[in-house]
Design a protein around this ligand. Structure first.
Ligand SMILES: Nc1ncnc2c1ncn2[C@@H]1O[C@H](COP(=O)(O)OP(=O)(O)OP(=O)(O)O)[C@@H](O)[C@H]1O
Ligand SMILES: [Mg+2]
Length: 300
């Protein structure tokens, strides 16, 4: 069986809010998937349902062809949540030993330490005395303790410094190389672009894009030409030029999106609008993200 996770027509409604609206997707063994989307898009709610922490209002979720809360699923699942809470009173090494003992086939302690970058000092410290970033490292180690086949992280690198972040992604790459299935949410698009083979983009509780980072970037299939010009300069001609799909100002620059940069550049020079510091950018994930999540909502 290649399918590790199936989410089928899943909706989650709270009293006044539909947080996840009829979402379906499945994930195969060995895939590294990033869940992206603006605040409130439904990422954490979806992840919580996959983990069996929330029950879908309607729809079905299967992990390894079983229900999320079944014991056989828990043993194959490692997770690190958006809100980190650690057990107080115990030293890090003791917590790791305890959690490892719950699993039939835990990761050796040395591997756990090596993979997560916990230091000797961390291991001797009581969990409640760890800094925010160190707590994240502990929670990363706890996620891996049972040597899980499927690992789910909700915004794993928030609060990590540059070194910790690098170490984290290095380990994720190793885990992916070993064939683990990994799902993570993030607001750092570059992380998704670099680490994930697949992106699920959420907006208003629904999936608005699903593909490789390259496919998602290509879906906008546009480049933008940006330049600086005097604020008084009229951009009317550009607005009317049919090779330009969208034009906007951001941080003092004018951006013109187009599928034909050559023609648009020619036009800009021809019209003598005094464009300075011209830059051409190929589609970036940020742009795809902005475009795919900014379309105005239909009436509900
Ligand atoms: N327990 C709850 N009761 C009521 N509404 C909730 C509850 N949990 C989430 N919501 C609502 O559901 C929507 C989706 O929330 P969710 O936490 O899944 O978003 P998210 O995509 O994880 O956002 P973020 O990027 O901020 O973490 C939000 O509008 C939120 O207010
Ligand atoms: Mg969230």
């Amino acid at each position: 069986m290649n399918e590790v996770l199936t989410v089928k027509n899943v909706t989650k409604s709270f009293q006044h809010k539909t947080a996840v609206n009829n979402v379906s997707f499945s994930i195969n063994k060995g895939e590294v998937t990033a869940i992206l989307g603006p605040n409130g898009a439904g990422k954490t709610t979806t992840i919580s349902m996959i983990l069996g922490l929330l029950k879908p209002t309607t729809g079905e979720i299967r992990l390894f062809n079983r229900l999320p809360y079944e014991k056989q699923v828990r043993e194959k699942l490692g997770t690190m949540l958006q809100e980190v809470s650690v057990m107080g009173g115990l030293k890090v090494r003791e917590i790791l030993a305890l959690i490892r003992s719950y699993y039939p086939d835990p990761l050796p302690m040395e591997d756990l330490i090596r993979l997560t970058g916990l230091t000797e000092q961390d291991l001797k410290t009581r969990a409640e005395k760890l800094s925010g970033g160190q707590k994240r490292r502990l929670s990363f180690a706890l996620a891996l303790a049972g040597n899980p086949e499927l690992i789910i992280f909700d915004e794993p690198t928030v609060g990590m410094d540059i070194t910790a972040r690098k170490k984290f992604w290095e380990t994720v790459r190793q885990l992916a190389y070993q064939g683990k299935t990994i799902i993570f949410s993030t607001h750092y698009l570059q992380e998704a672009d670099e680490a994930a083979g697949r992106i699920l983009l959420f907006k208003d509780g629904a999936i608005v894009a699903d593909g490789t980072p390259e496919q998602i970037k290509a879906s906008i299939n546009k480049s933008s030409i940006s330049f600086i010009t005097d604020p008084e300069t009229s951009l009317e001609k550009l607005y009317q030029y049919n090779e330009i799909d969208r034009i906007y100002r951001k941080n003092n620059r004018v951006y013109a999106e187009t599928a034909n940069t050559d023609r648009v550049l020619e036009f800009i020079f021809q019209e003598k609008i005094g464009a300075r510091d011209i830059q051409i950018e190929r589609g970036r994930l940020e742009e795809a993200f902005e475009q795919l999540t900014s379309e105005t909502k239909g009436a509900i």
